[in-house]
Design a protein around this ligand. Structure first.
Ligand code: TYD
Length: 204
C-alpha cells in the first residue's frame, strides 16, 4: 500500500530511545534516504496543543480521557503527517506510537487491552509499523535517567512503570516479527549497531 518504511521506537521514559532515533536518522540520511523524524504525542500543529494538555495539565484526568487524547493525537498524526510521508517513499521514524497506548493506558492504567488495540486500529486506519524497537531497561535505571523534574506522565510511580515495562515485553512476545526488544543498558554505540542491524533486516 505504501512506498516508504515506518519504524517506531518504544520503551519507558528514560530508556534512551530518543538518542537512538536521532542516531538512526543521521545514519539513514548519510546513506542518502529521505527521512521524517517525528513523535507522539505532539508532532506539530494541533498535536502540540494535545501534547501540552497530556503532559502538563495539572487537574484530574480520567484514564479513559487520557487514552482518547493520545488516540486523537495519533489519528491526526497518521492522517496528516505519517501517511502522506510514507506515500512519498519517505522513511518515517516515530518516537512512540500505538504500543505506548497499550503499555501505558492498557497495562499501566489498567484499561482493557483488547479495547485499546481496537481503538488503535481505528486511530491508524489499520496502518502498522514495519518495525518496532522496544528499548528495555529496569525501572530503577529509567527513573534515575528521568531525574526529579517530572511531567504528568512521569510522575505516575514505580509500580506503574513496572507494569508499563511488562506491557512492552508482552507486546513483543505477541508480535515477535514486528517488535524487537533491545537491551537498553548497553553503550550508545553498541545499541546503535543493533538498531542499524534491525533496520537492515527489514529493508532488504
Ligand atoms: P515524552 O516527553 O515524549 O516522553 P519520552 O521522551 O519518554 O517519550 O512524553 C510522552 C509521555 O506520554 C510518556 O510518559 C509516555 C506517555 N504516552 C502514553 O502514556 N501513551 C501514549 O499513547 C503515548 C504516545 C505516550
Amino acid at each position: 500500500m505504501t512506498k516508504g518504511l515506518f519504524i517506531t521506537f518504544e520503551g519507558a521514559d528514560g530508556c534512551g530511545k530518543t538518542t537512538q532515533i536521532k542516531l538512526l536518522d543521521e545514519y539513514l540520511r548519510g546513506e542518502g534516504y529521505k527521512t521524517l523524524l517525528t513523535r507522539e504525542p505532539g508532532s506539530k500543529g494541533l498535536g502540540e496543543k494535545l501534547r501540552e494538555i497530556l503532559l502538563n495539565y495539572d487537574g484530574e484526568v480520567s484514564s479513559k480521557c487520557e487514552s482518547f487524547l493520545f488516540l486523537a493525537d495519533r489519528a491526526q498524526h497518521v492522517d496528516c503527517i505519517i501517511k502522506p510521508a510514507l506515500e512519498e517513499g519517505v522513511i518515517v521514524l516515530c518516537d512512540r506510537h500505538t504500543d505506548s497506548t497499550v503499555a501505558y493506558q492498557g497495562y499501566g492504567r489498567g484499561l482493557d487491552i483488547e479495547q485499546i488495540k481496537s481503538l488503535n486500529e481505528l486511530a491508524t486506519s489499520g496502518l502498522k509499523p514495519d518495525l518496532t524497537l522496544v528499548f528495555d531497561v529496569d525501572v530503577e535505571t529509567s527513573q534515575s535517567r528521568v531525574g526529579t523534574e517530572k511531567d504528568r506522565m512521569e510522575s505516575a510511580g514505580i509500580e506503574f512503570f513496572e507494569r508499563v515495562r511488562k506491557g512492552f515485553l508482552e507486546i513483543a512476545k505477541f508480535e515477535p516479527e514486528r517488535v524487537k526488544v533491545i537491551e537498553a543498558t548497553n553503550t550508545i554505540e553498541n545499541i546503535h549497531k543493533q538498531v542499524v542491524n534491525e533496520y537492515k533486516r527489514i529493508a532488504r
